[in-house]
Design a protein around this ligand. Structure first.
Ligand code: SIN
Ligand code: CO
Length: 343
């Protein structure tokens, strides 16, 4: 199906021609888009300590950044920007906007950042290491992307692949919605994987040298000790399935400032629509599921039901109200990972 959001391209064509390759500008991608959050509500989010925010002020050709939380924000009449990350986690309509990009795997989706700028405001020329869709909300902004310029109006969309220098300057008070993606780096995965292996348990045996002879060269690193270290470290091994489990946990682990609010059930599971909380990440690989940083295996015949919840972020409670899924779902509901809604 062709998509207005992608300027008449199908997701497949968009991915082939543009994704990670070249920018795409779509005039009127979301016609009549009037924004999903006002500046008062954005400032209220920026006051919270479980929300990441920053203020960037331009002084000539210099940009000064301060990090939130911010109490009692004073909007400057010009050259000023407030940027709030993860707005999708707190505003359902912004989560729905993020989900319009579901043709890209959730493992790649990061969050929606919303910025509010006064004339002349922006974060300055920069390069991002991630793909981004920049959706223009109320107000106009002039973008310089490489050697090209785009003037974005409400509802226009600009897709930028990683590594492209860009600079967006507000022409009037304006909002920009950045749908951002994540792409882990090898070194970042390596460091996190070593932690994961450590938690799983590493060889515990301690070095012993009952036949130690008097040292002739006390400064010399004993060859037996090197050999012991070599043999211990060689025993650390992992399979492809271990790596998949690590990756699922790593990608679904909530960011450090994210807080879930536990809640009491007011409805019965079997009579509800189950909807994942905006902060929840649920991914799967085969019948192994990853819920907010934890792995669980589900019996094969039930896996498709939970997979539907992961894919659509909502599922009928009746389909999930079977043992042992029901216990799991009710536990997650109490933790605030998901909610029971009227069908
Ligand atoms: C902004 O909303 O001002 C910045 C978005 C970006 O360039 O990544
Ligand atoms: Co950028």
């Amino acid at each position: 199906m062709q998509s207005r959001l992608l300027g008449g391209l199908t997701p497949r064509t968009f991915l082939r021609r543009h994704w990670q390759k070249r920018p795409l500008f779509v005039r009127g991608a979301l016609p009549q888009f009037t924004g999903l959050i006002g500046k008062g509500a954005l400032a209220a989010l920026a006051a919270r300590d479980d929300v990441e925010s920053r203020i960037v002020v331009r002084r000539g050709n210099r940009w000064e950044t301060a990090h939130g939380p911010f109490a009692g924000i004073q909007v400057k009449p010009s050259n000023w920007t407030l940027l709030v990350s993860g707005v999708n986690m707190h505003v359902a309509a912004v989560d729905a906007l993020l989900r319009r990009f579901q043709f890209i795997p959730q493992a790649r989706l990061d969050d929606v950042m919303v910025s509010f700028a006064t004339p002349g405001g922006g974060v300055g020329p920069h390069v991002d290491s991630y793909d981004v869709f920049l959706l223009q909300g109320p107000g106009r902004r002039r973008w310089r992307v490489g050697t090209r310029q785009y003037l974005t109006q409400p509802g226009d969309l600009l897709y930028l692949p990683p590594g492209l220098r860009h600079d967006g300057v507000a022409l009037e008070p304006c909002f920009t919605y950045s749908v951002g993606f994540r792409a882990p780096r090898g070194a970042e995965l390596g460091a996190a994987f070593l932690d994961w292996l450590h938690e799983r348990g590493l060889p515990e045996a301690a070095y012993r040298d009952p036949r130690l002879a008097p040292a002739r060269h006390p400064g010399l690193l004993p060859g037996e000790m090197v050999e012991f270290a070599f043999r211990s470290l060689r025993r650390i091994s992992w399979s492809r399935s271990d790596v998949a489990a690590f990756l699922g946990e790593y990608l679904t682990l909530p960011k450090p400032h994210v807080v879930f609010r536990p809640e009491r059930a007011r409805r019965r599971l079997e009579r509800s629509m189950v909807r994942l909380d905006g902060k929840t990440q649920l991914l799967y690989s085969g019948r192994r599921f990853f819920m907010n940083g934890e792995t669980l295996d589900v019996p094969g015949r039930l896996a498709p039901r939970l997979a539907e919840l992961a894919d659509r972020r909502a599922a009928s409670g009746a389909a999930l109200a079977v043992a042992p899924l029901a216990g799991l779902i009710c536990g997650w509901q109490r933790l605030g990972y998901l909610h029971f809604e009227r069908p």
